[in-house]
Write a protein that binds this ligand. Structure first.
Ligand code: NAD
Ligand code: DAU
Length: 351
């Protein structure tokens, strides 16, 4: 048996592939375009492992998809590939429409063609699992209840609008064509291999370099945080037991204001790698806010717990400590991802 993972060289995808092969003998085919966010080094541990096959390619390439599906005959597609950074979507939304909307459409069509040609028994077991985000639901006021799966879609950024569009396509391919789909909508992940353009890894690498820690606006925006390995276990659970056509919200029950996240990272670094220049919080710098910045996300993850028995294993305190320690232990990885293209982005965004 084989699964096909799109975007498996990115942050969550690579954690998923590594965890999968730690727990299963089932083969993985990883399809990844290796954009700035994709990094084969994340999967270096699998070098020479016959259970893993890496393909450098685009989910928008229909001929490649058809060939991969016929050759490897996966029993499931796990669709992680996306443009994922909200700030980049504000600077250049085109790539988000191309990959998140058109790419997902192409993948759905390839999956449908492959799936419809299978014998009934194989068709019944096939799954297309779409990995999505809580951002599709929009922004909450301070006392609003957390997002349930029934919350209306109100995306506010080009990124979240493109993910919302992809969720709608996945839903429609189930209702119209019967494609056996599952969708997960997860909150903010953090952990190993997180590209340092996102809040937590950016704060860690900037602090260690003695650079400013840029906090947007008043720093009081709230996100729910989930350790990436918990997201991976939720996806495995939904793949194994999820009801076809259903969506499942995935979250960590950890609502935190951005400024508190940054202070926590600083305090951990003060403990684990103290600076002779004084506490890292001295580097906190308030900067111009993100346009259209969503104020608060919160996930009601009771459905996945009630129906499938999934709950996160990590608390924020245990997960963030592991994460900071991982970055301290992997200075080579950090140095290598901070390539010329990375420096160009930092210059564009924070100059
Ligand atoms: P990421 O940006 O780290 O990785 C995305 C991966 O997709 C990269 O390896 C990239 O090379 C690949 N990719 C991009 N365009 C491609 C294309 N056209 N064809 C093939 N591969 C392509 O993203 P991530 O943070 O790992 O997120 C993975 C998925 O999870 C995304 O769909 C994202 O929307 C969703 N998600 C992310 C979070 C989060 O906090 N990071 C939370 C909820 C949901
Ligand atoms: O909610 C799930 C989403 O979480 C995923 O779908 C996205 O792919 C993922 O990137 C993430 O989106 P956010 O915009 O919430 O993540 P980011 O790390 O970019 O920002 C987190 C918060 O921190 C947000 O309120 C903006 C703020 N921020 C971010 C950066 C990069 C800062 O204050 N300063 C910064 O430099």
């Amino acid at each position: 048996m084989t699964i096909l993972v799109t975007g498996g060289a990115g942050f969550i995808g690579s954690n998923f592939v590594l965890d999968w092969l730690d727990q299963s003998q089932e083969k993985v085919v990883t399809l990844d375009a290796l954009t700035y966010a994709g990094n084969r080094e994340n999967l270096a541990r699998l070098k020479g492992d016959e259970r893993h096959h890496f393909v450098h390619g685009d989910i928008g390439d229909r001929a490649l998809l058809d060939q991969l599906l016929v050759t490897h005959r996966p029993r499931a597609i796990l669709h992680f590939a996306a443009e994922s950074h909200v700030d980049r979507s504000i600077h250049g939304p085109g790539a988000f429409i191309k990959t998140n909307v058109e790419g997902t459409f192409t993948l759905l069509e390839a999956a449908r063609a492959y799936w419809s040609g299978q014998a009934e028994a194989i068709k019944g077991d096939f799954r297309f699992l779409h990995v999505s985000t809580d951002e599709v639901y929009g922004s909450l006021a301070p006392n609003d209840p957390a997002f349930t799966e029934a919350h209306p879609y109100e995306p506010n950024s080009p990124y979240s609008a493109s993910k919302a569009a992809s969720d709608h396509l996945v839903r429609a391919w189930h209702h119209t064509y019967g494609l056996p789909v599952l969708t997960t909508n997860c909150s903010n992940n953090y952990g190993p291999f997180h590209f340092p353009e996102k809040l937590i890894p950016l704060m860690i690498v900037n602090a260690l370099a003695g650079k400013p820690l840029p906090v947007y606006g008043d720093g009081q925006q709230i996100r729910d945080w989930l350790y990436v390995k918990d997201h991976c276990s939720a996806i495995r659970t939904v793949l194994a037991q999820g009801r076809l056509g259903e969506t499942y919200n995935v979250g960590g029950w950890n609502e935190k204001a951005n400024i508190d996240i940054v202070r926590t990272v600083c305090a951990l670094l003060d403990e684990l790698r103290p600076s002779s220049d004084g506490p890292y919080a001295r580097l906190i710098t308030y900067v111009k806010d993100r346009p259209g910045h969503d104020r608060r996300y919160a996930i009601d993850a009771r459905k996945i717990e009630r129906e499938l028995g999934w709950r996160p294993a990590e608390t924020f305190e245990t997960g963030i400590r592991k994460t900071v320690q991982w970055y301290l232990d992997h200075p080579g990885w950090v140095a290598r991802v901070q390539s010329g293209a990375y420096r160009d982005w930092i210059e564009t965004q924070y100059a």
